[in-house]
Design a protein. Structure first.
Length: 326
């Protein structure tokens, strides 16, 4: 006759403590987590209120015309944001045009091609780029990148493609091209790490099925991995865009901080964040301070929209995966 061991019953003292902890712990957990969530929302609202409140004198004086005015003249109190909005979008988009293909290539290499012994060290080294302080990247841009662009790359681009407006004009160590390269270095770790994690979630049976049908590794990546991860890749790129839009210190060091819209990538230019960082402490009038904070309000709206779009697109990854479900 077999004897089945019965679990020891809880004593009354243990049961009483369990019930007491359940009565206290569950509401306490709800309160603490709710307060943490409200704190996050509150900080965002507080920041937005402060920015728009400080910008109210400039908003009242210039209105939405501030967005389409190119003048920035602190002496005559004439201010406009269009040059800096254009510079912000141009530098960020250029950076993503370079970093997005590079990041996808890095993610494919780390998930599908890299030898197992080299995969982890390479991943760590790529992600360490995100740990470099922006001021160090800006200093490297001044000491190394700027002279290289001025003496080598920009003259070569002008000689080969000078008929294209983007590469026309005189070479300069400071300008849009230098800022775009710095932003590329800063966004590659973000986009590549998210893309790699999305690639890792591709079901192995999909890959094995592609191989069983005779696909090569490149065909498997092109027809299985990238389509499966497509929405996530787009979301990662937009998150990288949000990072590039808000960068101030490194861009301030290399872009030249000059208002103006140029067809060429070589002349000095400016962005919203760089203009705020370079002029706020030395502002000479209350209206100039308010105009700089107005620039900050514009940048806040742009970055919030970009990050919200990224979250929305990333949320579609689940729906995209359901279409692949067998």
């Amino acid at each position: 006759m077999s004897v089945t061991a019965q679990p020891a019953s809880r004593g009354p003292l243990f049961a009483g403590h369990s019930k007491l902890s359940d009565r206290i712990g569950e509401p306490l957990l709800r309160v603490l987590t709710g307060l943490a969530a409200l704190a996050g929302v509150g900080v965002l609202v507080w920041i937005a209120y402060t920015v728009f409140n400080q910008a109210s004198p400039a908003i009242s004086r210039f209105g939405f015309g501030f967005l389409g005015t190119s003048a920035w003249d602190p002496v005559h109190l004439r201010f406009g944001a269009v040059d800096f909005i254009f510079g912000t979008l141009e530098s960020s988009v250029l950076a993503l045009l370079i970093s997005a293909p590079m990041s996808v290539a890095i993610a494919v290499f780390l998930t599908e091609l890299a030898p197992r012994v080299a995969r982890r060290p390479t991943q760590i080294l790529v992600e360490l780029l995100a740990a470099i302080p922006s001021v160090i990247l800006g200093l490297w841009g001044i000491i190394v990148l700027g002279p290289f662009l001025n003496n080598t790359l920009e003259p070569a681009l002008n000689g080969a493609f000078g008929w294209i407006p983007l590469f026309s004009g005189s070479a300069s160590p400071y300008g849009m091209l230098s800022a775009a390269i710095i932003l590329t270095i800063m966004t590659v770790p973000i986009v590549s790490s998210i893309t790699r994690e999305i690639f890792d979630t591709t079901p192995s049976e999909f890959k094995e099925g592609a191989y069983a049908l005779g696909a090569t590794r490149w065909e498997m990546v092109r027809m299985v991995v990238i389509p499966y991860a497509g929405p996530g890749i787009v979301g990662a790129v937009i998150l990288g865009l949000g990072r590039a839009l808000g960068e101030a210190i490194a861009v301030t060091q290399v872009i030249g901080n000059t208002a103006g819209i140029h067809a060429s990538l070589f002349p000095p230019s400016g962005t919203l964040a760089a203009q705020i960082a370079s002029e706020y402490q030395g502002a000479t009038s209350n209206l100039q301070v308010a105009s700089l904070v107005y620039l900050a309000a514009i940048l806040l709206v742009i970055t919030v929209i970009a990050n919200a779009a990224a979250r929305l697109i990333v949320s579609r990854v689940t729906a995209g995966r359901e279409q692949w479900a067998p």
